[in-house]
Design a protein around this ligand. Structure first.
Ligand SMILES: NC(=O)c1ccc[n+]([C@@H]2O[C@H](COP(=O)([O-])OP(=O)(O)OC[C@H]3O[C@@H](n4cnc5c(N)ncnc54)[C@H](OP(=O)(O)O)[C@@H]3O)[C@@H](O)[C@H]2O)c1
Length: 324
């Protein structure tokens, strides 16, 4: 099987290029990619707004599922194993390289398509909601973008912890989808103001953790909906990177506002989180207690159409590329 990858000619032109088979270092694996997950960061990279770090592959794609074609001597994996992995770029391809520490065996009960939905969402949700924001059993979590590839995993993880979950979405149909994955309160952010909706549900000032991928003009609401000692974990800026907030609220609520991007985590931090995710989150999917929402799958040479579909915002759940 030869190596093909998606090359960015310019922001509106992606071509399929051919290269030599990949080979990996001792602590890495080469994967024959079955499916690659599509992420917002890929769209930003294509547009030239999110250049990959110098040590990353220039090829788009941050997560894959597939079969190991070469296992590095110290990787702990063997050729032929089914895995999913977070990759340092290079996922939009027929082969890719992953650090063994960021590679997970796919347990029975999870197919290749589903497995490709997991690495980025699992790590983002675990790191931000559990490690940074410290969500505990029985607390209340508010998730913006609840039916997004990231958001639906956060909703389902929190429900598995017996938390109360409030989630936002931009249409009645998406709110129904939120209900179907277990959200206790679904809010259409395009209807009435979120604060008024939370007041009506009696949850204003009762939220322990906000998983925020929107920022902008919703940041003040995020602060206002928090309980005392509440935590906001900011992972995205779909409503913009500038916000005016009343810092008095931050003080009075002893609130914590944090932010992160996965790409900035050290390999050690990623490895630690991956091991926790493997233990705590993978079994939820393998036993059917969590089912990632999936939307469409595109062919590898349809990457531009797939990204345009993501940018349109009409999708719900994960978008994938079929790579082999
Ligand atoms: N920091 C990190 O480490 C990290 C890692 C992964 C992803 N992310 C970020 O997480 C976000 C979700 O990623 P994804 O791959 O799951 O993307 P996605 O499926 O396209 O989700 C985007 C979500 O944002 C919501 N949204 C878009 N515009 C909005 C607006 N103006 N107001 C309110 N909500 C809006 C959408 O809700 P509706 O469709 O219901 O309108 C949708 O659910 C992205 O911003 C991405 O950059 C961050």
């Amino acid at each position: 099987m030869s190596y093909h990858y998606v090359h960015i000619e310019d922001p509106q032109t992606l071509t399929l290029q051919e290269g030599d088979d990949l080979s990996c270092a001792a602590d890495e694996v080469v994967i024959d990619v079955s499916f690659a997950g599509i992420n917002r960061a890929d769209v930003l990279q294509r547009m030239g707004f999110y250049p990959p770090p110098p040590d990353a592959s220039p090829v788009m794609g941050l997560e894959v599922s597939g079969v190991i074609r070469q296992a590095g001597a110290d990787s702990g994996f063997t050729r032929g194993e089914s895995v999913c992995a977070l990759v340092h770029g290079g996922g939009y391809a027929t082969q890719t390289i992953a650090k063994a520490a960021c590679t997970l065996r796919i347990p029975p009960g999870i197919d290749m398509k589903m497995a490709a939905c997991l690495p980025e969402a699992f790590l983002t949700v675990w790191y931000n909601v559990i490690v940074r924001a410290g969500l505990k059993t029985g607390e209340t979590l508010l998730v913006h973008g609840g039916v997004s590839g990231i958001g639906n995993i956060a909703v389902q993880l929190a429900k598995s912890m017996d938390c109360r979950v409030i989630a936002t979405a931009g249409s009645p149909e998406k709110c129904q989808l939120l209900d179907s994955i277990g959200a206790d309160i679904s809010l259409n952010y395009k209807e009435t103001a979120l604060a008024a909706q939370c007041e009506a549900h009696g949850v204003m000032g009762a939220v322990d953790v906000v998983l925020d991928m929107v920022g902008g003009d919703f940041e003040q609401f995020n602060l206002e909906c928090l309980a005392v000692d509440g935590r906001i974990a900011c992972i995205g800026l779909m409503r913009g990177g500038q916000a005016t907030i009343d810092l008095t609220q931050l003080l009075m609520k002893r609130a914590t506002l944090s932010g992160s991007t996965l790409r900035r985590l050290t390999p050690q931090e990623k490895a630690r989180c991956f091991s926790e995710v493997n233990e705590q989150m993978m079994p939820l999917v393998a036993t059917g207690r969590m089912t990632p929402l999936m939307d469409k799958t595109f062919a590898l040479n349809e990457a531009l159409a797939a990204q345009d579909y993501m940018a349109s915002g009409t999708h719900a759940g994960k978008l994938l590329l079929r790579c082999n």
